[in-house]
Design a protein around this ligand. Structure first.
Ligand SMILES: Cc1ncc(COP(=O)(O)O)c(C=O)c1O
Length: 505
């Protein structure tokens, strides 16, 4: 049996490595330029640590990589030798070389993996853009659900489309938002991720294309990659300008993707909010191209109006431009508005799409837990949802303002545009590699996802994403540690394994 499970071609590896070239690639470490073989070994190590090159992936032969990178074969051989010595590469005569992680080190996740709650004492986790439950509403919702449970307990408990009461409550909410909706247009899923996964399975086959915003939500990009979908990135406009409509029209016309996945409302990671005009134009373009437009509304309710100022107008839902739901498939979730631990999401689409999604569910997860569905139904029907939303928004605003202030003070050359909602700040790291900052920061006790996780093929090396999940002293400490990490990277000291570990408990 071969010791590797996938392969990375020389051109692909060269592209990934070249995307890392930012200011500090030429930084002097202790007055000396890093030798070429060391820079190459560090680059490959970083790709493995970030999960961008999987573990057990066969690397190209030395000669091929040397040609693709236009360096000598000796350089590649020395880099491979260094990686073998550090435990990041294994080789066997006749089988080639494949990536590895040193013994005792966890295998890197390719998506965004939250830290286990017990690890948060020693590490500030900026990996996950979700807030703790807005109590007392979670406890009250669970108590309300327990009261509603007995009649359901006397049934088999299988509701592949979701509980009728929750489908009705979610449909009513769309109707209130100006998009008339029937319960037959709703399927309850296991989180927004479950909704996106089900939609992808239904609409895109391996090898087919899906257009995505560039950058986009890392876990959905990874979900699509693992499904064998060919991603077609479409750039976002700078400074929260939303979608670049001419670029979208061209991609939809020329690439004719089966599906397009967009986050119109407080986009993750940039925080952009698409305007009504952009929504209408994108739906029209998708309809003309025969492309299913998946609109992820997971962040939609996290609006942050400035207290004392009039609230900014809220754009109409993307589904308002295709209420029947045959072009626009909407994904929703309770995770950001309420609590990710409930794992409740949903799809809104035309009834025949919902029927196909429900039928396909028999081979996946069969349904969503009843008690959690009852808890969300209770929240929606009693006004608890809206009351909890107020707490959520206040907390998110407080966190955003604290983080923005701390980053401005400790990292004055990092650039960002402050969004009016959502849970993420998309930060340009002053010409330094976001991957190297993420690696150095983890050793200094703060975990932060680097830009390339949100891009296709190594884009966004000069970015990190910071979530609005910490405030006060923790936000201050996070910014201090990030500034320390940036200094290490800027001086070249972040490249090696010789970082101070004293911060990590
Ligand atoms: C845009 C977007 N979609 C989906 C999700 C995942 O949602 P859920 O926890 O409901 O699966 C997230 C979480 O960060 C997100 O930001």
């Amino acid at each position: 049996m071969s010791p590797w499970t996938s392969a990375v071609g020389a051109p692909q590896l060269a592209r990934l490595l070249q995307s890392q070239h930012t200011r500090e690639a030429t930084a002097l470490a202790g007055g000396r330029r890093r030798p070429a073989y060391r820079a190459l070994a560090d680059g490959v190590r970083l790709l493995v640590l970030e999960g961008r090159v999987p573990v057990a992936a066969r690397l190209p032969a030395e000669r091929e990589l040397a040609a693709a990178l236009e360096v000598s074969r000796t350089t590649v051989a020395a880099a491979y030798e260094a990686l073998r010595g550090e435990g990041f590469l294994e080789s066997r005569r006749g089988a080639g070389s494949w990536t590895a992680v040193p013994a005792g080190r966890p295998v890197p996740a390719r998506g965004l993996d939250p830290l286990p709650p017990e690890a948060t004492g020693s590490m500030i986790d900026l990996g996950c853009a979700s807030l703790p439950a807005p109590e007392p509403w979670l406890s009250q919702a669970v108590a309300g659900a327990m009261e509603e449970l007995p009649p359901y307990a006397r049934t088999h408990g299988d509701y592949p489309a979701g509980l009728p009461g929750l489908r009705q409550a979610l449909a009513d909410r769309y109707t209130e938002r100006g998009v008339p909706t029937m319960p037959e247009q709703i399927m309850v899923t296991t989180g927004g991720m479950g909704a996106v996964a089900a939609t992808c399975r239904l609409f895109v086959r391996p090898g087919e294309r899906a257009a995505v915003e560039s950058p986009s939500y890392a876990n959905v990009l990874q979900l699509m990659r693992e499904a064998g979908v060919r991603l077609v990135p479409v750039a976002m406009t700078p400074r929260l300008g939303g979608w670049d409509l001419p670029a979208w029209r061209q991609v939809l016309r020329d690439a004719a993707p089966r599906m397009a996945y967009v986050i119109a409302d407080y986009h993750n990671p940039t925080g952009a909010l698409a305007s009504d005009e952009q929504r209408r134009e994108l739906v029209d373009a998708a309809r003309s191209a025969g492309t299913i437009l998946v609109a992820d509304e997971t962040m939609a309710e996290i609006r942050m109006d400035t207290p004392g100022e009039p609230a900014a107008p809220v754009p109409r839902p993307v589904s308002a431009y295709d209420p029947a739901g045959s072009t626009v498939v909407t994904v929703g979730s309770a995770s950001k508005s309420f609590w990710a631990g409930l794992r409740i999401g949903w799809v809104r689409a035309a009834p025949d799409i919902i029927r196909s999604l429900v039928a396909a569910r028999a081979y996946v997860d069969l349904g969503t837990p009843v008690l959690e569905q009852l808890a969300v139904t209770w929240l929606l029907n009693t006004g608890g949802w809206d009351a909890a939303m107020e707490l959520r928004r206040d907390q998110a605003r407080e966190n955003r303002d604290a983080l923005v202030e701390a980053v401005r003070r400790h990292l004055p050359d990092w650039e960002f545009t402050v969004p009016g909602g959502g849970l993420t700040l998309w930060v340009r790291t002053g010409g330094l590699s976001g991957s190297r900052i993420a690696e150095a920061a983890e050793r200094l006790g703060v975990r932060v996802p680097s830009g390339p996780r949100f891009g296709v093929d190594g884009a966004f090396e000069g970015f990190v994403r910071l979530p609005f999940t910490v405030a006060g002293a923790v936000a201050e400490q996070a910014a201090t540690r990030l500034a320390d990490a940036a200094r290490l990277v800027a001086t070249g000291a972040g490249a090696g394994a010789d970082l101070p570990r004293s911060y990590v408990a």
